[in-house]
Write a protein that binds this ligand. Sequence first.
Ligand code: ZN
Length: 279
Amino acid sequence: MVDKTSRRSSWFLTAALVALISFICGAVASHAGAAGGGLSPTGKPRVSDATCMSRCVATHKATPGATVKLTGTYLDETKQVVFKASTGVIAAEYSKRESNLVEVKVPAGAASGNPYVVSEGGVSSNPSPHTLEVLPPSSIPKQVFPIRGPYEIWAGLGDGRGHEGADIGASCKTPLVAVGAGKVKVAKYHYRAGNYAVIDLNGSNLDLAYMHMIEPAGVKVGQRVSAGQVIGYVGETGNASGCHLHFEVWEGGYFEGGSPIDPLAFLKPLEPKRVKRAR
Ligand SMILES: [Zn+2]
């Protein structure tokens, strides 16, 4: 395996800087909130992005009924998320909220625009800086590349060491998405695979395995997923050196009499155009 230590430490430095900057900004916003005379130390909600989690066409392209994640600050008192509609706006209740994120289902009638949140106290956030397109469900692609972000292919099947999959390097926390619609067969931890999930592929006898996730997979055994649905995030849990996805394609069942086939031949046609690791 190639040593990825320098890559990792530069990532940590960036993360530390971002954390420091958001701490400083947070302190300022919190002070401003207190000066406003409110009893709550909460600041004004701020949205930094809105990305699609399931029923997606792409990162910033959702469909009606899609789950969208808004990230930002002071989002834990969100009451509603407001979307643009063909005339005016349409609001939807959150399905999950934390200080840094809100999840919401895109309501029927929502149109492409820049969603924002409204707090329980009636305070509106800024509109999300990146436009979220809302497209018809027929726009959802059949199959997509499993990593949503810059990546680099490190190794394929065999690799002179009996490697059973492909290693694709990407920054830790890059979203991992289901390649195609299917049903989750495995979602657990293994000392070599780390946090991993195995998801079958509808209409085939293939099982796809996604390994070394940073946290346990965000899907449960038996759950049905759509192509492009976020199932976890790139990590290096288990026997991994450097953040990467270890991806396997099994014909005939994962450890159920099947055998791994060349995942790169499978992935090549799914590679997004002109997206390469920026370094
Ligand atoms: Zn591997």
